[in-house]
Design a protein around this ligand. Structure first.
Ligand code: DAH
Length: 365
């Protein structure tokens, strides 16, 4: 008959052999030390502190020992496991700190680095300028009208009281399309849009017509065979020259700032009667001490465009009752207006497409 095995010597249980326990602890500590990163340490934890690790297996053996031997074996295994857990915690802290530092270094953004993104585009100053002009009039309840750049001779000239033999036809050097007898031109001004508007709508009419126009001009600092105009036309009952003056003063002030108003000088255009040249107060010297001003050359005023009361012959040619309605019209160069507004000295800068020029106006959308 066998009694309790009180003489059982734990040393004989190999996993609880003090040397084995020590060796398992040392192996664990060495592996923990050697773990280069958190992933490696995770594996070390499984191997040396996990359920199937030598120390966990040794721990499980303790229960099978006789009570007398348990205490000693328990202490040794407990101390070994404690040392391993402590080393794991310490190594984890070190590796986590290292990881964080590495991430911070790797993810550092050098905000002073030059960007390699494509530059944002900028709208051309002529586009934004034409829109600014349109907005000034739309805010007064006017509408925008447009017409084709390849235009009928009749609309470009005849309807505007510029008959075939009218001497003023030569005022505008015209590009004719082939064959000339077809009577198709590149429009020489935006005034044909006046005729188109009157022919297609009934008064009251308040329209501005921005657009491209063409003349056989040289290409230099102040001329171009292609340039831009904005035409204005108002047809209503009881419109007078005073309405025209008030409208243009408002346009000038909105475009160039407080105090920049207009003056009229008598002139001639076949489509208006009376007609006037419109001048702006010089926006550089404002008419004060203008003798030394290089912008207006001592005039105090700068030429801006033409205007007048719509000639009744034009009203009749375009089907408007000239007894009931009157109106006014004006025409300005958009390019010239922008040159004034932005101090552009060479007209060609507006047409040559150099991005250094265009982007200087910003990415104004
Ligand atoms: N069409 C004229 C030109 O190109 C400008 C102009 C003058 C337009 C007087 C008008 C106007 O509407 O009334 O020279």
């Amino acid at each position: 008959m066998s009694g309790p095995n009180t003489d059982y010597d734990p040393v004989e249980v190999s996993t609880l052999n003090p040397d084995e326990v020590e060796a398992a602890r040392d192996a664990a500590l060495a592996a923990i030390d050697a773990a280069a990163d958190l992933a490696a340490l995770k594996q070390v934890r499984i191997d040396h502190a996990g359920d199937r690790s030598p120390l966990a297996l040794a721990n499980r053996e303790i229960g099978a020992l006789p009570p007398a031997a348990r205490k000693d074996a328990g202490r040794r295994v407990g101390q070994a496991r404690g040392a391993v857990n402590q080393a794991l915690a310490a190594r984890t802290a070190v590796l986590e700190a290292e990881h964080e530092e590495r991430m911070l270094a790797e993810e550092t953004v050098d905000v002073t680095m030059p960007t390699d993104r494509l530059p944002v585009g900028a709208r051309h100053p002529l586009t934004t300028g034409a829109e600014l002009i349109a907005d000034i009039f739309v805010a007064m309840g006017w509408e925008i009208a447009e017409g084709p750049v390849i235009e009928a001779e009749w609309l470009n000239f005849d309807a505007l009281n510029l008959g075939p033999d009218h001497p003023a036809r030569t005022m505008q050097d015209t590009f004719w399309t082939d064959p000339p007898e077809n009577g198709v031109v590149l429009r020489t001004h935006t005034s044909p849009v006046q005729a188109r508007t009157m022919l297609s709508r009934t008064p009251p009419i308040y329209v501005v017509c921005p657009g491209r126009v063409f003349r056989t001009d040289p290409f230099d600092a102040t001329h171009s065979p292609m340039f831009h105009q904005v035409e204005g036309l108002a047809i209503d009952e009881g419109l007078t020259l005073a309405h025209l003056k008030g409208t243009l003063d408002h346009f000038a002030t909105a475009m160039f700032g407080e105090g920049i108003v207009t003056r009229f000088r008598p002139s001639y255009f076949p489509f208006t009667e009376p007609s006037a040249e419109v001048d702006l107060v010089c926006f550089v010297c404002r008419g004060v001490d203008s003798e030394t001003c290089r912008t207006c050359r001592g005039e105090g005023w700068i030429e801006w465009g033409g205007c007048g009361v719509v000639n009744p012959r034009v009203l009749r040619a375009c089907g408007v009752d000239s007894e009931r309605y009157s109106g006014f019209a004006f025409g300005m160069g958009i390019d010239r207006t922008l040159m004034f507004r932005h101090g552009i000295e060479d007209l060609r800068d507006l047409f040559e497409g150099d991005l250094r020029f265009t982007t200087a106006f910003g990415s104004d959308l």
